[in-house]
Ligand binder design. Sequence first.
Ligand SMILES: Nc1ncnc2c1ncn2[C@@H]1O[C@H](COP(=O)(O)OP(=O)(O)OP(=O)(O)O)[C@@H](O)[C@H]1O
Ligand SMILES: O=C(O)C1=C[C@@H](O)[C@@H](O)[C@H](O)C1
Ligand SMILES: [Mg+2]
Length: 169
Amino acid sequence: MADKSNIVLIGMPGAGKSTLGIVLAKILNKDFVDADLLIQNQSDKTLQKIIDALGPEGFIEVENAVLSGISATNSVISTGGSAIYSDEAMKHLAEIGTIVYLQISYDSLKTRLGDLQERGVVLKNGVSMSLHDLYDERKPLYEKYAQITVNVDDLTITAAARKVASAVE
Ligand SMILES: Nc1ncnc2c1ncn2[C@@H]1O[C@H](COP(=O)(O)OP(=O)(O)OP(=O)(O)O)[C@@H](O)[C@H]1O
Ligand SMILES: O=C(O)C1=C[C@@H](O)[C@@H](O)[C@H](O)C1
Ligand SMILES: [Mg+2]
């Protein structure tokens, strides 16, 4: 049987998966894996360079392959915001851990993210896609894969990490 000792964080870009993830790992006495850094390591390129070179669909293929190959145990795994576009990867992550959706409102997304173009976000329908379009497109996908949902609007990183820890313990 697969080891389900991992906590896998999903959610909108800027929801705090990376920032909160490491705090959560300390609270839960787990290791920490940032999937974005695995993608960079395995491609030897920055995320933005991969997106620029391969386009959104190409980046999603690379992300799918890297996430599907994760074999971590007893870790908090922070995914990138676009992980939910890869069904194979999400199924693998559900087999090796509990999927926790860090939910934020559209207003929080807007405040956290700033400029979409600067942030290196995957815009599947091209650069004309607004932040609102992105939120509406992704929200049902995060909900589809979530096993536990934790709203982290208006919480500090530490308070949000404690709330997630209580939800999973
Ligand atoms: N609870 C919070 N309160 C205030 N700011 C936050 C909070 N969580 C994250 N931030 C800030 O939002 C920004 C994005 O956070 P972070 O990089 O952790 O997001 P992410 O979910 O990992 O995004 P991505 O999907 O792009 O990897 C950072 O500047 C971070 O400091
Ligand atoms: O939400 C997104 O589209 C992304 C978020 C980042 O974490 C990276 O995975 C990448 O820049 C794409
Ligand atoms: Mg991150």
